[in-house]
Design a binder for this molecule. Sequence first.
Ligand code: ATP
Length: 362
Amino acid sequence: MGRIEVSNLRKVFDAGGNDLVAVDDLDFTIEDGEFLVLVGPSGCGKSTTLRCISGLETPTSGEIVLDGENVTRAKPKDRNMAMVFQNYALYPHMTARENMSFGLKMTTDLSNEEIDERVENVAEMTGIERNLDQKPGELSGGQQQRVALGRAIVRDPEVFLMDEPLSNLDAKLRSEMRTELQNLQNDFGVTTIYVTHDQTEAMTMGDRIAILDDGELQQIGTPLECYHTPVNKFVAGFIGSPSMNFLDVTLNDETLVHEEFTYGLSVETAKSLETDETEYVLGIRPEDIEVVSADTPNAIEATVNVVEPLGDVAHVNINLGNQSYTASINGTPRWESGRKIQVKFPEESLHLFVADSGEAVK
Ligand code: ATP
Protein backbone atom coordinates (compact mmCIF):
# COMPACT_ATOMS: atom_id res chain seq x y z
CA MET A 1 0.00 0.00 0.00
CA GLY A 2 1.10 3.58 -0.52
CA ARG A 3 -1.80 5.96 -1.11
CA ILE A 4 -1.05 9.53 -0.19
CA GLU A 5 -3.56 12.32 0.30
CA VAL A 6 -2.21 15.83 0.54
CA SER A 7 -4.88 18.30 1.76
CA ASN A 8 -4.67 22.08 2.04
CA LEU A 9 -0.89 21.84 2.40
CA ARG A 10 0.67 25.19 3.15
CA LYS A 11 4.24 26.02 4.07
CA VAL A 12 5.32 29.51 5.00
CA PHE A 13 8.99 30.30 5.62
CA ASP A 14 10.36 33.28 7.45
CA ALA A 15 12.52 35.11 4.93
CA GLY A 16 14.32 37.85 6.83
CA GLY A 17 11.24 38.82 8.85
CA ASN A 18 8.84 38.49 5.89
CA ASP A 19 6.50 35.59 5.22
CA LEU A 20 7.45 33.58 2.17
CA VAL A 21 4.64 31.31 1.03
CA ALA A 22 6.50 28.37 -0.55
CA VAL A 23 3.47 26.10 -0.89
CA ASP A 24 -0.08 27.42 -0.93
CA ASP A 25 -3.16 25.32 -0.27
CA LEU A 26 -2.06 22.26 -2.19
CA ASP A 27 -4.53 19.38 -2.67
CA PHE A 28 -3.86 16.14 -4.48
CA THR A 29 -4.02 12.38 -4.07
CA ILE A 30 -1.52 9.80 -5.27
CA GLU A 31 -2.87 6.32 -5.77
CA ASP A 32 -1.05 3.21 -4.61
CA GLY A 33 1.66 2.28 -7.14
CA GLU A 34 1.33 5.51 -9.08
CA PHE A 35 4.27 7.47 -10.49
CA LEU A 36 3.52 11.16 -9.94
CA VAL A 37 5.88 13.86 -11.15
CA LEU A 38 5.89 17.26 -9.45
CA VAL A 39 7.15 19.72 -12.02
CA GLY A 40 7.51 23.47 -12.26
CA PRO A 41 10.08 26.24 -12.52
CA SER A 42 12.79 26.85 -9.96
CA GLY A 43 11.41 28.06 -6.63
CA CYS A 44 7.78 27.00 -7.27
CA GLY A 45 7.70 24.82 -4.14
CA LYS A 46 8.36 21.30 -5.47
CA SER A 47 11.10 20.36 -3.00
CA THR A 48 9.22 21.90 -0.09
CA THR A 49 6.15 19.81 -0.97
CA LEU A 50 8.26 16.66 -1.14
CA ARG A 51 10.04 17.50 2.10
CA CYS A 52 6.69 18.01 3.85
CA ILE A 53 5.53 14.60 2.58
CA SER A 54 8.77 12.98 3.78
CA GLY A 55 8.67 14.67 7.18
CA LEU A 56 11.90 16.63 6.67
CA GLU A 57 9.80 19.81 6.79
CA THR A 58 6.79 20.52 9.02
CA PRO A 59 3.81 22.03 7.18
CA THR A 60 2.47 25.35 8.47
CA SER A 61 -1.01 23.90 7.96
CA GLY A 62 -2.74 21.10 6.09
CA GLU A 63 -2.56 17.33 6.26
CA ILE A 64 -0.63 14.42 4.80
CA VAL A 65 -2.38 11.09 5.05
CA LEU A 66 -0.61 7.83 4.17
CA ASP A 67 -2.91 4.83 3.74
CA GLY A 68 -5.58 6.41 5.91
CA GLU A 69 -3.17 7.42 8.68
CA ASN A 70 -2.49 11.07 9.38
CA VAL A 71 1.32 11.34 9.27
CA THR A 72 1.55 15.15 9.11
CA ARG A 73 3.57 15.34 12.34
CA ALA A 74 5.18 11.88 12.20
CA LYS A 75 8.98 11.67 12.14
CA PRO A 76 10.56 10.79 8.77
CA LYS A 77 11.68 7.39 10.07
CA ASP A 78 8.11 6.50 11.03
CA ARG A 79 6.70 7.07 7.53
CA ASN A 80 8.11 4.12 5.59
CA MET A 81 9.10 6.37 2.73
CA ALA A 82 12.56 6.39 1.15
CA MET A 83 14.01 9.56 -0.26
CA VAL A 84 16.52 9.84 -3.12
CA PHE A 85 18.30 13.17 -3.47
CA GLN A 86 19.94 15.03 -6.34
CA ASN A 87 23.36 14.97 -4.65
CA TYR A 88 22.99 11.25 -3.73
CA ALA A 89 23.73 11.99 -0.04
CA LEU A 90 25.95 8.90 0.30
CA TYR A 91 28.33 8.52 3.23
CA PRO A 92 31.77 9.09 1.66
CA HIS A 93 33.69 6.89 4.10
CA MET A 94 31.44 3.88 3.56
CA THR A 95 31.48 1.40 0.68
CA ALA A 96 28.44 1.06 -1.57
CA ARG A 97 27.48 -2.08 0.38
CA GLU A 98 27.75 -0.25 3.71
CA ASN A 99 25.79 2.70 2.37
CA MET A 100 23.01 0.41 1.24
CA SER A 101 22.89 -1.70 4.39
CA PHE A 102 23.34 1.06 6.98
CA GLY A 103 19.63 2.00 7.20
CA LEU A 104 18.57 -1.62 7.47
CA LYS A 105 21.03 -2.27 10.28
CA MET A 106 19.75 0.76 12.18
CA THR A 107 16.02 0.24 11.73
CA THR A 108 15.38 -3.50 11.36
CA ASP A 109 16.36 -6.63 13.22
CA LEU A 110 17.37 -8.50 10.06
CA SER A 111 20.50 -10.65 10.43
CA ASN A 112 23.72 -9.63 8.67
CA GLU A 113 23.24 -12.52 6.23
CA GLU A 114 19.71 -11.41 5.39
CA ILE A 115 20.88 -7.83 4.89
CA ASP A 116 23.75 -8.97 2.67
CA GLU A 117 21.40 -11.05 0.58
CA ARG A 118 18.97 -8.16 0.13
CA VAL A 119 21.73 -5.72 -0.74
CA GLU A 120 23.21 -8.10 -3.30
CA ASN A 121 19.83 -8.72 -4.92
CA VAL A 122 19.15 -5.02 -5.23
CA ALA A 123 22.70 -4.33 -6.44
CA GLU A 124 22.10 -6.81 -9.25
CA MET A 125 18.82 -5.13 -10.19
CA THR A 126 20.41 -1.71 -10.24
CA GLY A 127 23.56 -2.89 -12.05
CA ILE A 128 26.13 -2.16 -9.33
CA GLU A 129 26.93 -5.69 -8.17
CA ARG A 130 30.60 -5.19 -9.12
CA ASN A 131 30.86 -1.89 -7.25
CA LEU A 132 29.65 -3.00 -3.85
CA ASP A 133 33.05 -2.75 -2.19
CA GLN A 134 33.94 0.65 -3.63
CA LYS A 135 33.49 3.98 -1.87
CA PRO A 136 31.45 6.83 -3.48
CA GLY A 137 34.65 8.70 -4.43
CA GLU A 138 35.68 5.74 -6.59
CA LEU A 139 32.35 5.61 -8.44
CA SER A 140 31.04 7.57 -11.41
CA GLY A 141 28.01 9.86 -10.98
CA GLY A 142 25.74 7.26 -12.55
CA GLN A 143 27.04 4.52 -10.27
CA GLN A 144 26.65 6.73 -7.20
CA GLN A 145 23.06 7.44 -8.22
CA ARG A 146 22.43 3.69 -8.57
CA VAL A 147 23.80 3.16 -5.05
CA ALA A 148 21.51 5.91 -3.76
CA LEU A 149 18.57 4.26 -5.52
CA GLY A 150 19.62 0.85 -4.26
CA ARG A 151 19.75 2.20 -0.74
CA ALA A 152 16.14 3.37 -1.13
CA ILE A 153 15.00 0.06 -2.66
CA VAL A 154 16.54 -2.25 -0.01
CA ARG A 155 14.42 -0.57 2.62
CA ASP A 156 11.34 -1.90 0.81
CA PRO A 157 9.39 1.31 1.47
CA GLU A 158 5.77 2.05 0.65
CA VAL A 159 6.75 5.25 -1.12
CA PHE A 160 9.78 6.53 -3.03
CA LEU A 161 10.35 10.27 -2.87
CA MET A 162 12.86 11.49 -5.44
CA ASP A 163 14.16 15.05 -5.64
CA GLU A 164 15.78 15.71 -9.05
CA PRO A 165 17.67 12.41 -8.77
CA LEU A 166 19.09 12.53 -12.30
CA SER A 167 20.05 16.16 -12.66
CA ASN A 168 23.76 15.64 -11.98
CA LEU A 169 24.13 13.13 -14.81
CA ASP A 170 25.00 13.93 -18.42
CA ALA A 171 22.21 13.93 -20.99
CA LYS A 172 22.80 10.42 -22.33
CA LEU A 173 23.08 8.76 -18.93
CA ARG A 174 20.10 10.74 -17.71
CA SER A 175 17.95 9.38 -20.47
CA GLU A 176 19.16 5.80 -19.83
CA MET A 177 18.55 6.14 -16.10
CA ARG A 178 15.06 7.53 -16.76
CA THR A 179 14.12 4.30 -18.48
CA GLU A 180 15.79 2.18 -15.80
CA LEU A 181 14.00 4.05 -13.05
CA GLN A 182 10.67 3.58 -14.76
CA ASN A 183 11.34 -0.14 -15.22
CA LEU A 184 12.32 -0.49 -11.57
CA GLN A 185 9.23 1.40 -10.49
CA ASN A 186 7.05 -0.81 -12.72
CA ASP A 187 8.66 -3.96 -11.33
CA PHE A 188 8.26 -2.92 -7.71
CA GLY A 189 4.96 -1.06 -8.13
CA VAL A 190 5.96 1.32 -5.36
CA THR A 191 4.18 4.68 -5.20
CA THR A 192 6.69 7.27 -6.40
CA ILE A 193 6.73 11.04 -6.22
CA TYR A 194 9.41 12.48 -8.44
CA VAL A 195 10.42 16.14 -8.44
CA THR A 196 11.93 17.76 -11.50
CA HIS A 197 12.03 21.14 -13.22
CA ASP A 198 12.51 19.37 -16.55
CA GLN A 199 9.26 19.09 -18.47
CA THR A 200 10.67 16.37 -20.76
CA GLU A 201 11.37 14.21 -17.73
CA ALA A 202 7.86 14.89 -16.46
CA MET A 203 6.24 14.09 -19.81
CA THR A 204 8.14 10.84 -20.30
CA MET A 205 8.13 9.46 -16.76
CA GLY A 206 4.90 10.33 -14.98
CA ASP A 207 1.65 8.37 -14.95
CA ARG A 208 0.36 11.80 -13.97
CA ILE A 209 2.08 15.11 -13.57
CA ALA A 210 1.31 17.91 -11.12
CA ILE A 211 2.39 21.29 -12.41
CA LEU A 212 3.19 23.92 -9.79
CA ASP A 213 3.79 27.62 -10.15
CA ASP A 214 4.47 30.03 -7.33
CA GLY A 215 3.51 27.47 -4.68
CA GLU A 216 0.15 26.72 -6.29
CA LEU A 217 -1.05 23.65 -8.14
CA GLN A 218 -1.92 24.64 -11.70
CA GLN A 219 -3.01 21.30 -13.14
CA ILE A 220 -2.75 17.61 -12.37
CA GLY A 221 -3.36 15.01 -15.05
CA THR A 222 -1.74 12.58 -17.44
CA PRO A 223 1.09 14.08 -19.46
CA LEU A 224 -1.04 14.06 -22.59
CA GLU A 225 -4.01 15.72 -20.88
CA CYS A 226 -1.74 18.52 -19.70
CA TYR A 227 -0.20 18.77 -23.15
CA HIS A 228 -3.42 18.75 -25.18
CA THR A 229 -5.78 20.51 -22.78
CA PRO A 230 -3.76 22.84 -20.59
CA VAL A 231 -6.01 24.67 -18.12
CA ASN A 232 -4.13 27.93 -18.48
CA LYS A 233 -1.40 29.77 -20.35
CA PHE A 234 1.23 28.91 -17.76
CA VAL A 235 0.77 25.15 -18.20
CA ALA A 236 0.53 25.55 -21.98
CA GLY A 237 3.85 27.39 -22.07
CA PHE A 238 5.59 25.13 -19.59
CA ILE A 239 4.71 21.75 -21.12
CA GLY A 240 6.04 21.03 -24.61
CA SER A 241 9.38 21.70 -26.27
CA PRO A 242 9.90 23.97 -28.13
CA SER A 243 7.29 25.96 -26.21
CA MET A 244 3.88 26.93 -27.46
CA ASN A 245 3.78 30.21 -29.41
CA PHE A 246 1.58 32.97 -27.97
CA LEU A 247 0.04 35.81 -29.98
CA ASP A 248 -2.14 38.65 -28.64
CA VAL A 249 -5.50 38.84 -30.38
CA THR A 250 -8.86 40.61 -30.05
CA LEU A 251 -12.09 38.72 -30.69
CA ASN A 252 -14.42 40.63 -32.97
CA ASP A 253 -17.61 38.56 -33.57
CA GLU A 254 -16.13 35.39 -35.06
CA THR A 255 -12.81 36.88 -36.09
CA LEU A 256 -9.57 36.96 -34.16
CA VAL A 257 -7.76 40.18 -34.99
CA HIS A 258 -3.96 40.23 -34.66
CA GLU A 259 -1.71 43.13 -35.62
CA GLU A 260 -0.56 41.24 -38.71
CA PHE A 261 -3.54 39.09 -39.71
CA THR A 262 -7.15 38.19 -39.08
CA TYR A 263 -8.33 34.67 -38.39
CA GLY A 264 -11.91 33.57 -39.05
CA LEU A 265 -13.16 31.11 -36.44
CA SER A 266 -15.89 28.64 -37.27
CA VAL A 267 -19.32 29.60 -35.90
CA GLU A 268 -19.26 26.60 -33.52
CA THR A 269 -15.90 27.55 -32.03
CA ALA A 270 -16.85 31.20 -31.63
CA LYS A 271 -20.10 30.17 -29.88
CA SER A 272 -18.33 27.65 -27.65
CA LEU A 273 -16.06 30.29 -26.11
CA GLU A 274 -18.82 31.29 -23.67
CA THR A 275 -17.06 34.36 -22.31
CA ASP A 276 -17.68 38.07 -22.66
CA GLU A 277 -13.98 38.83 -22.94
CA THR A 278 -12.59 40.39 -26.07
CA GLU A 279 -8.84 40.19 -25.37
CA TYR A 280 -7.24 36.79 -25.76
CA VAL A 281 -3.90 35.12 -26.26
CA LEU A 282 -3.87 32.69 -29.15
CA GLY A 283 -1.64 29.66 -28.53
CA ILE A 284 -0.27 27.40 -31.21
CA ARG A 285 2.31 24.65 -30.74
CA PRO A 286 5.28 24.70 -33.13
CA GLU A 287 4.39 21.22 -34.42
CA ASP A 288 0.83 22.34 -35.24
CA ILE A 289 1.88 25.14 -37.59
CA GLU A 290 1.40 24.09 -41.23
CA VAL A 291 3.06 25.52 -44.28
CA VAL A 292 0.38 26.05 -46.96
CA SER A 293 -0.22 27.75 -50.29
CA ALA A 294 -1.30 31.39 -50.36
CA ASP A 295 -4.88 30.61 -51.42
CA THR A 296 -5.58 28.50 -48.30
CA PRO A 297 -8.26 30.03 -46.03
CA ASN A 298 -6.71 31.69 -42.95
CA ALA A 299 -3.21 31.49 -44.49
CA ILE A 300 -0.83 33.97 -42.87
CA GLU A 301 2.31 35.35 -44.48
CA ALA A 302 5.46 34.89 -42.40
CA THR A 303 9.14 35.61 -42.96
CA VAL A 304 11.77 32.92 -42.37
CA ASN A 305 14.56 33.94 -40.01
CA VAL A 306 16.58 30.84 -39.27
CA VAL A 307 16.18 27.14 -40.08
CA GLU A 308 17.64 24.75 -37.49
CA PRO A 309 17.73 21.27 -39.05
CA LEU A 310 17.52 18.42 -36.54
CA GLY A 311 17.30 15.54 -39.00
CA ASP A 312 13.68 14.40 -39.12
CA VAL A 313 12.30 17.87 -38.35
CA ALA A 314 13.57 21.43 -38.48
CA HIS A 315 12.81 24.20 -36.03
CA VAL A 316 12.08 27.22 -38.16
CA ASN A 317 12.16 30.63 -36.57
CA ILE A 318 9.62 32.84 -38.38
CA ASN A 319 8.59 36.45 -38.07
CA LEU A 320 5.06 37.78 -38.05
CA GLY A 321 5.54 41.53 -38.04
CA ASN A 322 8.33 42.15 -35.56
CA GLN A 323 7.57 39.16 -33.31
CA SER A 324 9.28 35.84 -33.81
CA TYR A 325 7.80 32.37 -33.38
CA THR A 326 8.89 28.78 -33.82
CA ALA A 327 7.45 26.25 -36.24
CA SER A 328 8.48 22.56 -36.35
CA ILE A 329 8.51 21.51 -39.96
CA ASN A 330 9.05 17.93 -41.17
CA GLY A 331 12.24 17.26 -43.13
CA THR A 332 14.85 19.88 -43.85
CA PRO A 333 13.37 22.87 -45.66
CA ARG A 334 16.02 24.70 -47.68
CA TRP A 335 14.78 28.20 -46.97
CA GLU A 336 17.10 31.15 -46.90
CA SER A 337 16.61 33.91 -44.34
CA GLY A 338 14.08 36.52 -45.52
CA ARG A 339 12.03 34.09 -47.61
CA LYS A 340 8.26 34.61 -47.40
CA ILE A 341 6.14 31.56 -46.57
CA GLN A 342 2.44 31.04 -45.88
CA VAL A 343 1.54 29.34 -42.63
CA LYS A 344 -1.71 28.12 -41.19
CA PHE A 345 -2.85 27.57 -37.61
CA PRO A 346 -5.38 24.73 -37.94
CA GLU A 347 -8.44 25.58 -35.88
CA GLU A 348 -8.53 22.21 -34.11
CA SER A 349 -5.00 22.82 -32.76
CA LEU A 350 -5.64 26.39 -31.70
CA HIS A 351 -5.62 27.30 -27.99
CA LEU A 352 -7.18 30.48 -26.63
CA PHE A 353 -6.50 32.00 -23.24
CA VAL A 354 -8.23 34.98 -21.63
CA ALA A 355 -5.58 37.72 -21.79
CA ASP A 356 -6.05 38.93 -18.19
CA SER A 357 -6.35 35.67 -16.27
CA GLY A 358 -4.54 33.25 -18.60
CA GLU A 359 -7.48 30.84 -18.24
CA ALA A 360 -7.96 28.51 -21.20
CA VAL A 361 -11.27 28.86 -23.06
CA LYS A 362 -10.34 26.61 -25.98
P1 ATP B 1 14.25 24.29 -7.27
O1 ATP B 1 13.79 23.61 -8.55
O2 ATP B 1 15.07 25.51 -7.54
O3 ATP B 1 14.84 23.35 -6.28
P2 ATP B 1 11.69 24.22 -5.88
O4 ATP B 1 10.50 24.31 -6.79
O5 ATP B 1 12.05 22.89 -5.36
O6 ATP B 1 12.94 24.92 -6.58
P3 ATP B 1 11.60 25.04 -3.12
O7 ATP B 1 12.97 24.60 -2.83
O8 ATP B 1 10.48 24.23 -2.60
O9 ATP B 1 11.39 25.23 -4.71
O10 ATP B 1 11.44 26.55 -2.63
C1 ATP B 1 10.22 27.26 -2.71
C2 ATP B 1 10.42 28.64 -2.12
O11 ATP B 1 10.66 28.52 -0.72
C3 ATP B 1 11.61 29.38 -2.70
O12 ATP B 1 11.27 30.74 -2.79
C4 ATP B 1 12.69 29.15 -1.66
O13 ATP B 1 13.62 30.21 -1.66
C5 ATP B 1 11.90 29.10 -0.38
N1 ATP B 1 12.53 28.26 0.65
C6 ATP B 1 12.78 26.93 0.56
N2 ATP B 1 13.33 26.47 1.69
C7 ATP B 1 13.44 27.54 2.54
C8 ATP B 1 13.93 27.72 3.88
N3 ATP B 1 14.40 26.68 4.58
N4 ATP B 1 13.88 28.95 4.39
C9 ATP B 1 13.39 30.01 3.71
N5 ATP B 1 12.89 29.90 2.44
C10 ATP B 1 12.92 28.69 1.87
